[in-house]
Write a protein that binds this ligand. Structure first.
Ligand SMILES: [Zn+2]
Length: 96
């Protein structure tokens, strides 16, 4: 079964579900019973989530037009953290 769209000049568009390939060029409007012409609209093939579509677009853009950098990214602030606890034994060891 497929969804076909028809447009009545007076009442607007309406959808009809018919077997695939059996849709006539015109059909009676369910509201006014006048002849409505079949409309070819784009199929709803893309149900991609917006976040995924954005990620795919970004990946394609960086592939085709990669960002050019002129320097290395800034280094993160270096924080010195003690690797081992300062016990009296370790305090006697030489420091760098
Ligand atoms: Zn109508």
């Amino acid at each position: 079964m497929a969804l076909y769209e028809y447009r009545c000049d007076r009442d607007g568009s309406f959808d009809v579900i018919l077997a695939m390939g059996t849709a006539p060029a015109s059909m009676r409007c369910p509201a006014c019973a006048s002849q409505a012409q079949r409309v070819f609209s784009k199929p709803m093939l893309t149900f991609t989530p917006p976040a995924l579509a954005t990620a795919i677009d970004h990946a394609e853009k960086t592939r085709d037009e990669p960002d050019v950098v002129t320097s290395l990214p800034p280094r993160p602030a270096h924080r010195r953290t003690p690797v081992l606890p300062l016990t009296p034994t370790l305090r006697r060891l030489p420091r760098p």
